[in-house]
Design a protein around this ligand. Structure first.
Ligand SMILES: C=CC1=C(C)c2cc3[nH]c(cc4nc(cc5[nH]c(cc1n2)c(C)c5CCC(=O)O)C(CCC(=O)O)=C4C)c(C)c3C=C
Ligand code: FE2
Ligand code: FE2
Length: 339
């Protein structure tokens, strides 16, 4: 008997609507995750529920209102498109489901639908190219929490990262080729930030700084987010012939000062202060455009650059529903090309 394989695509999640109450509920679920705010339980409850969420929710809701389109949140819209396109591309032996780590469609609800399908095998595929405990780790953790309650546990494959997959790199390079890179004074590769202690914890000696993560990926640091962000950048820069002196790797969306450096907003400021007029920004930790790309890079960094004498911050569109991105996901599910 030939049974189907169920593929579970997982993205980060987005509020149900841009209202303050829905944004509050989203932030509360997100920031109470011990893999996201990795501090002792009581401290996290106080910090998140009494300080961060009450202050942040009204401000974030205003930003989400700017982001929202007739199709809703871009992150959810593009993730749903990818689900449909990947299912078409995989053919009849596979069924693809989409869940969000926070809010909806939730991982428990989607897994319950999948349980009733009696798949022989489930492939869990988070839409994060570089592993971080706060993104991929958390998605896997939540899937395992639910699967633990099942009586029948089928074969399960967890895909943890693909920061160097040739089709992932090619899909981003294609996005970059829409722009004449020679027209830009500088190129930024701006990744979502992380607290330094979260990358420290990947290393056996608890200190990312003692390793050469900026330049090499090896067995010891292969799940260090900083190392894989730099590795993605090197591959993309090589593909697009961007010399080392023309680009900077930086980290955005920090919540405090002890996050990975350099900070993207400060690099944008420095580019303006140096007299640069046009900068091109890739954001290869995100596979779908979202608040962090459209608003933070497209609007907020544009404003900072302008205030510092610059003219244009050009965001390179994320992978969204790119055919090469779909080929990459198909390859991750099926194994190397045409298997
Ligand atoms: C690469 C993937 C992501 C990692 C790693 C990640 C870590 C991380 N994020 C926060 C705090 C926030 N992130 C927010 C939005 C957001 N984050 C990601 C991805 C990763 N986050 C995405 C795709 C988005 C956008 C979602 C959307 O709806 O478009 C937000 C909410 C927005 C805001 O209020 O600014 C917060 C907060 C932390 C603390 C963290 C790791 C410790
Ligand atoms: Fe985030
Ligand atoms: Fe590291």
């Amino acid at each position: 008997m030939k049974s189907k394989t169920g593929v579970l695509l997982i993205n980060l999640g987005t509020p149900d609507s841009p209202s303050v109450s829905d944004v509050r509920s989203y932030l509360s679920q997100f920031l109470n995750d011990p893999r996201v705010i990795d501090i002792p339980w009581l401290l996290r409850k106080i910090l998140v529920n009494l300080i961060i969420v009450p202050f942040r929710a009204p401000k974030s809701a205003k930003i989400y209102q700017k982001l929202w389109t007739a199709n809703g949140s871009p992150l959810l819209f593009y993730s749903e498109r990818v689900k449909t396109l990947l299912e078409d591309s995989l053919g009849s032996d596979y069924e693809v489901h989409l869940a969000m780590r926070y809010k909806n469609p939730s991982i428990p609800a989607v897994l319950e639908t999948m349980r009733k399908k009696h798949y022989e095998k489930i492939i869990v595929l988070p839409m994060f190219p570089q592993y971080a405990s706060a993104s991929t780790g958390s998605a896997h953790d939540e899937v395992m929490r639910v699967l633990r309650t099942w009586w029948v546990i089928p074969e399960v494959k967890f895909i943890s990262q693909y920061y160097d997959h040739p089709l992932f790199i090619e899909a981003f390079a294609e996005r970059g080729r829409k722009y004449n890179i020679a027209d830009y004074d500088h190129v930024l590769f701006s990744y979502h930030g992380l607290p330094e202690r979260q990358v420290d914890k990947v290393h056996d000696d608890g200190a990312c700084a003692r390793h050469d993560c900026q330049h090499t990926v090896n067995e010891e640091n292969q799940y260090c987010y900083k190392a894989t962000c730099y590795a993605t950048t090197r591959l993309l820069a090589a593909k697009l012939n961007i010399p080392a002196e023309k680009y900077t790797v930086c980290f955005q969306s920090r919540l405090d000062k002890k996050w990975l450096m350099p900070f993207s907003d400060e690099v944008v400021r420095q580019c303006g202060d140096k007299g640069m007029k046009k900068i091109l920004v890739f954001s290869p930790a995100f596979t779908a455009d979202c608040l962090e790309t459209i608003i933070e890079i497209g609007d907020e960094y544009q404003e900072i650059f302008h205030e510092h004498g610059g003219q244009k911050v050009q965001l390179v569109e994320s992978l969204n529903d790119s055919p090469t991105w779909i080929d990459c996901l198909r390859d991750l599910v099926k194994g190397p090309a045409n298997k």
